[in-house]
Design a protein around this ligand. Sequence first.
Ligand SMILES: [Zn+2]
Length: 192
Amino acid sequence: MPMSTDVRLPREQEPVFPPQCCRCLAEDPEHRVRFSASRFSWAQVFFVWVWLFRKSIKHEVPACGACRGPMRRRKWLELLAFVGVGVLAMSIVIPWVQSMGLNRQWRKLVGIGVAIVIAIPYIIWCVIRPPAFDMTVKEDYVEYEFANGIYARRFAECNPGAMSDDIFVADDFEGDDPVAERDQRGGADARH
Ligand SMILES: [Zn+2]
């Protein structure tokens, strides 16, 4: 997500979330919002049962009373959009593709193609207005994505070994401590 600030941690590393609201930076927020994500694989597109065995990663992210509602609503809205796009694509495309005489796997493939086309406005919305928090699970790392760049930077400082293309600038990085290096530059690159 280009408009969010992303921080990578090894998959087995338990992340430490700074005690601030990840959306508005309020100190010591009284709530936590639960997020879960699992690694995307094409297998789960073709074999629905793979969903049942996927191992998801769950984390609770600090949020203040004012931000908890919008964060939860956004989560449900995304799920609804995801399911809606799938249902729409399948209900419109499958009957149409069936008339072409394609086999089952091809029907799915065409369905996915159309779902992607239908999802484009939603993807653009996510890029322009990223959710307060999101996770992308990869084979050996997890990408923690924050809309608030300042929080992302604090998160990186709280988690040794954190890597980020959005915060650290590899070209002029010479010190041993990426956080100290960044502070010397005034942290101007923390927010995009
Ligand atoms: Zn807040």
